[in-house]
Design a protein around this ligand. Structure first.
Ligand SMILES: Cc1cc2nc3c(=O)[nH]c(=O)nc-3n(C[C@H](O)[C@H](O)[C@H](O)COP(=O)(O)O)c2cc1C
Length: 247
């Protein structure tokens, strides 16, 4: 079983590719949570994959919470695969503390964090996806052979980024105060259906954020009218989700 979390489709694509080529199944942890399939108990000898996007050089809190509930034993081969816009830091080590991974892989994919910087150009995004696609066969081979490999692009200052920066991010990540909708909103409700935590509802036809947020930015990036903004950061910036591209 391959578990994945994905706000804008990159990690979903990686999870599905690995599943297809290894004869496994990739399941969204959001669907599993909604369908009451948590905690998941692994079968003896089953391979378990944990696929997630890197947020502030760590795994998303929602993913950590899910992973902490998976029941496995030493007969299971555990691997992690993360997607990131540039570098993963020690995200895999953080996950390894609760799930003792035999292997871990990173894939550099188009940037979804439009609060921090603009989307990649179409050319940059296509190049990243091309390189990720080229990396997949060796990763799939390693998983099939149950190898013990850590192949992660950590980037610089991984220690500081994955502790200090990550902790600060996680402390404030659940806040939704900065989100707002402009007059471009057509009340389609897309944001409501793409929010993995079910934290958005339409009130008088406009989205209202309440409760927890994991900052996946699916609501902003996937809004068909580009009507959702976060503070002053996202005005004038592009929007990204994997399915939008023609890779
Ligand atoms: C809240 C947030 C934080 C992010 N932090 C990082 C980061 O620390 N390093 C990085 O390389 N990319 C970072 N990114 C970019 C994503 O990791 C990258 O685009 C990822 O592939 C998105 O996966 P998804 O499409 O499955 O949601 C961040 C994105 C978001 C939304």
């Amino acid at each position: 079983m391959i578990f994945y979390f994905s706000g804008t489709g990159n990690s979903k694509w990686i999870a599905k590719e690995i599943a297809e080529k290894t004869g496994d199944i990739a399941e969204s942890i959001v669907d599993m949570n909604r369908n009451g399939r948590v905690p998941y108990k692994a079968e003896t000898g089953e391979t378990l994959g944990f696929v997630f996007p890197v947020y502030a050089w760590g795994p998303p809190l929602i993913f950590m919470e899910f992973a902490s509930k998976v029941i496995f034993d030493e007969s299971n081969y555990l691997f992690g695969a993360c997607t990131c816009g540039g570098s993963a830091g020690n995200a895999m080590e953080i996950l390894s503390k609760i799930v003792p991974l035999s292997s871990g892989f990173s894939f550099v994919m188009p940037n979804s964090y439009i609060i921090g910087s603009d989307v990649d150009t179409a050319k940059e995004a296509a190049q990243k996806v091309k390189e990720a696609r080229e990396k997949l066969p060796s990763v799939i081979r390693a998983i099939k052979e149950k190898k013990k490999i850590m192949d992660i692009k950590k980037g610089s200052l991984a220690g500081i980024k994955s502790s200090l920066v990550c902790n600060v991010f996680n402390k404030y990540a659940t806040k939704t105060d900065d989100f707002f909708v402009t007059e471009k909103c057509v009340s389609c409700g897309n944001c409501v259906s793409v929010c993995p935590l079910g934290s958005i509802s339409l009130v008088e036809g406009k989205p209202k954020w309440e409760g927890h947020c994991t900052k996946c930015l699916a609501c902003i990036n996937r809004c068909p009218e580009e009507a959702i903004q976060s503070g002053k950061a996202t005005a004038g910036r592009g929007r990204y989700y994997f399915e939008k591209g023609t890779y």
